[in-house]
Design a protein around this ligand. Structure first.
Ligand code: ADQ
Length: 744
C-alpha cells in the first residue's frame, strides 16, 4: 500500500476510534438523562394517581377508575390498573390494545408490594413502565401501572450516532486533506527533488544539492545521501580517468593512483601530516559560523593529498569557532560532507601564536630564507615560544600515532623545524619527513640566525628533508656542512650523524589537475560585466599580500608599460586579487599601505573618465571565484622577488584548457625552473617586466597556444599527486636503504 494511503487509513481509523469512544459516552449520558426524566415523570404521575385511585379501587368501582384514567391518560402516556391477582381492570384506550396479558413489573409489584419501574418494551415499542402497588386497609388491592412512551430514547441515541458519523466524516476529510498537503510539501516533493538530484549525479551531471525544507527531518538524510552520491561520483570519475589514461598508455599520477600507491607502500601504517595552517577554519560572522579555506600554497597542495590518502592532519585551530566545531580532542572529519581524513586541531594561546607564528616563524625565518631585503627579527622570547609550540605539536602527533607501528609523519614547513627531532626521540620507528616550502638561503645568509644549530639539529631528526629545488638542497647541505658536525654524502645527498641518516632531496610541489571540482563556468563577458569594465586585454595577479611577492614592483612595471605604450591605455586592465596576510606584523601593515599607495598613484596618474588601469580586490577569494580570473585573463603576472615554488603560476596554467593566456613569471620562483615557456622576468627590472606585458598582449595566438600547451603538459604530468607519491615513496624506502648501508 502506498505510504500516503497507509497514512490516510491510519488517520481515519484513529479518528473513528476517538469519535466512536466519545459517541458511546455521549449516548450513555443522553440515555441516562432521558431515563431519569421518564422516571421522574412516571413517579410524579404514578404517585399522584395512586392517591386518587387507591380509594376507588378499594371500592371496586371500575367506572370511577375509568373516569380518572380518562382524565389523566394522554397520547404516549398510558395508565393501567390491575386487581390484586394481576388481572387488568382498566387501561387508557391507547394502551389497552398493546398491553400484553401480563406485565412482569405488575406481577413483581404484587409479589412483594414494592414499586417496580424500568425501561422495557410494551407492544413492541420502547416504554417506561412504573408499577406501584395499591393498598386498602394496608392490604394489597391491586397495581397502578404508568406506561410512558420511550421511543424518543432510541431516537435520541440514533441522533447522537448520526451527528458523530457526520463529525467523523468531516474531521477525517479535513485531517486527511491537511495531511496530504503536508506530506506532499514536506516529504514527497523534497524526496522527489532529492532523487532527481541523486539521479543527475549518477548520470554524471552534478547539481547543487536541493534545499531540504525541514532540516530536522531531512537534514541528516540529505547529508548522508549527498555524501554517498559525492563519493560515488568521485569514484566513478576516478575510474573513468584511470581507464582513459590506461588507454593512452599515460603514466600521469591521479588521486586514485596515489591512493593505491600509498595503500601498497604504506599498508596499515598511519599517515600524519603536520602544518601550522589548517585546511579549514570555522569563524563567527554576524552570528553565523562560516567556513574558510586559507589562502595558502601549502593548504592548496596538501588538501588533495589528504583526500587521496586519508590519515590525520594536525594543525593550529585558528578560527574563533574552531573549538565549537570539533570534538573534545579537537578532531573533526574533512571534508565535512564526505569525510576522508581527520583534522586534529591544536590550541595555542595568543602569546604562543604571537611568539611562535608571527614572531619567530614570520618575522625571523621567513625573511631569513627569502632574501628580499627585509631584515629578520630574532627575539629570544619568540624562540622560546617556537620551541614550546613545536613540543605541543609533537605531543599531539605522538598521541595520534600511539599504538601504531612505523607511522609516516609528514611535517610541513618552517614553523616546525624542531618537530622531526622531537618526534623521532620518542618514536624511532616513525618515518619522519619535513618539507620546507620556502627557499633555503646560502650558509652565510642562514648564519645570522642565533639558533641555526638547534634548527638544523631539529630538522636532521627527520629521515627525509624535501625542498622544491636541487639548488635549495645544495644550500641546505652546505649550511649543515659548515655549521654542525656531520658527514655529508654528496653522492646520495644525505647527512650522516652517528647512526642516523637524513636524505635531502628536491620534490617540486605542484597543484591538483583540477583547480576546483566543478568550475563555475562564468563567461569572460560576465566577468568583465561584474568588474564594470569593457577592455580588450585583462591581466590578473593573485596573491597573499606579502613582501616576497613583488606587488609594488609589479604595479610600477604596469605604470611603465602604460607610459611607454600609451596605445594600450583604456585597452588593458589589470585585476589584483590580494588576500590580507599576517596583518599584525608591522612590516606587513607597511606593505599593505605601500601596495595601496602605489596602486593609487598609478591609477591617479593614468585613469580616464571610463578607465582605471588597476582594479584592486583586497580580500580573500574562494578558489571558485579565482577560477574565472585565471580562465579569462590574457596574462597572469607572478613577480615574486623570491619564492620557493609559487603555485599561482601553476594554477593559472592548470585552468587554461583553452591553451590561452600568457604567464609572466619571475625568474626567482621555483616554478620558473619548470615553466620554461612563461615569459620570464627579473621583477626588480621594471622595464623588463613592462616589456613582458607588451610581449604578452602582442603574442601571436599560435605561439601563445604552443607555449601554454607545453606548460599544461608539464603541470599535468608533474602534479601534486606525483609530488606526494615521490615523497612518500622515498620515505617508505628509507629503512631498507639504511639497513642495506649498515650491512654493507
Ligand atoms: P605561498 O607563499 O602561500 O606558499 P603560493 O605558492 O603562491 O604562495 O600559493 C598561494 C595560494 O593561495 C594559491 O593556492 C592561491 O590560489 C591562494 N591565494 C592567493 N591569493 C589569494 C586570494 N586573494 N584569495 C584566496 N586565495 C588566494 C608557500 C611558498 C610557495 C610554495 C607554496 C607551496 O611560499 O613558494 O609554492 O608554499 O609549497
Amino acid at each position: 500500500m502506498k505510504f500516503t494511503l497507509r497514512l490516510v487509513v491510519a488517520i481515519w481509523v484513529s479518528v473513528l476510534v476517538v469519535i466512536a469512544g466519545f459517541a458511546v459516552l455521549q449516548v450513555r449520558e443522553e440515555r441516562a438523562r432521558l431515563v431519569t426524566d421518564l422516571e421522574r415523570r412516571a413517579v410524579l404521575l404514578g404517585e399522584g394517581l395512586k392517591e386518587a385511585i387507591e380509594p376507588v379501587v378499594g371500592r371496586g368501582s371500575a367506572t370511577a377508575v375509568e373516569r380518572i384514567l380518562k382524565k389523566f391518560g394522554r397520547p404516549r402516556r398510558g395508565i393501567a390498573v390491575y386487581d390484586r391477582f394481576a388481572t387488568l381492570l382498566v387501561a387508557t384506550p391507547d394502551l389497552k390494545p398493546v398491553l400484553p396479558p401480563s406485565l412482569p413489573e405488575v406481577t413483581e409489584a404484587i409479589g412483594d408490594g414494592a414499586v417496580r419501574q424500568r425501561l422495557t418494551s410494551v407492544g413492541g415499542r420502547p416504554a417506561y413502565v412504573y408499577a406501584t402497588p395499591l393498598f386498602r386497609d394496608d392490604k394489597p388491592a391491586g397495581v397502578l401501572a404508568v406506561v410512558l412512551d420511550a421511543a424518543h430514547v432510541d431516537d435520541a441515541e440514533w441522533a447522537v450516532g448520526r451527528q458523530n458519523a457526520i463529525r467523523f466524516l468531516l474531521l477525517a476529510l479535513v485531517v486527511s486533506l491537511i495531511t496530504l498537503v503536508i506530506v506532499r510539501t514536506t516529504v514527497i516533493q523534497p524526496m522527489a527533488k532529492l532523487s532527481e538530484w541523486t539521479q543527475a549525479l549518477r548520470r554524471g551531471t552534478p547539481l547543487p544539492p536541493p534545499e531540504a525544507p525541514d532540516a530536522r527531518l531531512f537534514g541528516p538524510l540529505a547529508h548522508e545521501v549527498s555524501s554517498l552520491a559525492k563519493s560515488y561520483y568521485h569514484a566513478q570519475s576516478a575510474a573513468e580517468q584511470e581507464a582513459a589514461l590506461r588507454l593512452l598508455g599515460d603514466t600521469v599520477w591521479t588521486e586514485e593512483r596515489l591512493k593505491q600507491f600509498v595503500r601498497l607502500r604504506a599498508g596499515e601504517r598511519p599517515l600524519v601530516v603536520v602544518s601550522n595552517r589548517e585546511p579549514l577554519s570555522h569563524v563567527r560572522r554576524n552570528g553565523r559560523i562560516e567556513r574558510h579555506t586559507p589562502a595558502s600554497g601549502l593548504v592548496t597542495a596538501m588538501e588533495p593529498v589528504m583526500r587521496a590518502c586519508g590519515g590525520v592532519w594536525v594543525a593550529h585551530g585558528s578560527g574563533d569557532a574552531d573549538r565549537q566545531m570539533a570534538d573534545a580532542r579537537g578532531r573533526l572529519g574533512l571534508p565535512e560532507d564526505d569525510p576522508r581524513y581527520t583534522l586534529r586541531r591544536v590550541w595555542l594561546t595568543p602569546e604562543e601564536e604571537a611568539g611562535y607564528y608571527y614572531g619567530f616563524a614570520n618575522e625571523g625565518l621567513w625573511p631569513l630564507c627569502h632574501i628580499v631585503h627585509t631584515r629578520p627579527v630574532f627575539r629570544p622570547e619568540d624562540w622560546d615560544h617556537y620551541v614550546g609550540v613545536n613540543r605541543k605539536f609533537a605531543a599531539a602527533v605522538l598521541e595520534e600515532v600511539e599504538g601504531t607501528e612505523a607511522p609516516l609523519v609528514l611535517v610541513q614547513d618552517y614553523h616546525f623545524a624542531m618537530l622531526p627531532g622531537l618526534v623521532k626521540a620518542e618514536r624511532p620507528d616513525a618515518r619522519v619527513a619535513i618539507f620546507w616550502h620556502i627557499p633555503w638561503p646560502n650558509f652565510e645568509a642562514f648564519g645570522i640566525c642565533p639558533w641555526q644549530r638547534e634548527l638544523l639539529l631539529g630538522m636532521l631528526g627527520a629521515d627525509l628533508i624535501g625542498f622544491h629545488t636541487q639548488y635549495h638542497c645544495n644550500n641546505f647541505l652546505e649550511t649543515v656542512e659548515r655549521t654542525i658536525e656531520a658527514r655529508i654524502d654528496w653522492e646520495h645527498f644525505s647527512v650522516l650523524r652517528g647512526e642516523h641518516e637524513t636524505v635531502v632531496k628536491p620534490f617540486p610541489i605542484s597543484v591538483a589537475p583540477e583547480f576546483v571540482d566543478e568550475p563555475p563556468r562564468t563567461s569572460r563577458e560576465e566577468l568583465l560585466r561584474e568588474l564594470g569594465v569593457s577592455v580588450e586585454f585583462l591581466g590578473v595577479g593573485v596573491e597573499r599580500i606579502d613582501y616576497t611577492k613583488g606587488l609594488p614592483e609589479r604595479f610600477r612595471a604596469l605604470h611603465w608599460f602604460f607610459e611607454r605604450y600609451p596605445e594600450y591605455r583604456e585597452r588593458v586592465v589589470f585585476v589584483q586579487l590580494a588576500a590580507p596576510s599576517r596583518s599584525t606584523i608591522p612590516r606587513y601593515q607597511e606593505l599593505q599601505r605601500e601596495v595601496e599607495d602605489t596602486i593609487r598613484e598609478v591609477n591617479q596618474a593614468l585613469q580616464t573618465r571610463s578607465w582605471r588601469p588597476i582594479i584592486y580586490l583586497n580580500r580573500h577569494h574562494e578558489h571558485r571565484e579565482i577560477w574565472a580570473y585565471y580562465r579569462h585573463a590574457d596574462f597572469c603576472m607572478v613577480t615574486s622577488l623570491h619564492d620557493g615554488m609559487n603555485l599561482v603560476a601553476k594554477e593559472f596554467v592548470s585552468v587554461r584548457d583553452d591553451d590561452g593566456g600568457v604567464l609572466i613569471l619571475s625568474r626567482f620562483t621555483g616554478a620558473a625552473r619548470e615553466l620554461r615557456d612563461a615569459v620570464l622576468v627579473n621583477p626588480y627590472d621594471i622595464a623588463e617586466t613592462a616589456e613582458a606585458i607588451r610581449a604578452a598582449v602582442e603574442m601571436a595566438p599560435e605561439e601563445r597556444a604552443a607555449r601554454m600547451a607545453r606548460m599544461r603538459r608539464t603541470v599535468r604530468e608533474h602534479n601534486i599527486y606525483q609530488w606526494a607519491g615521490l615523497l612518500l615513496s622515498e620515505l617508505t624506502r628509507i629503512p631498507m636503504e639504511v639497513a642495506e648501508a649498515k650491512d654493507a
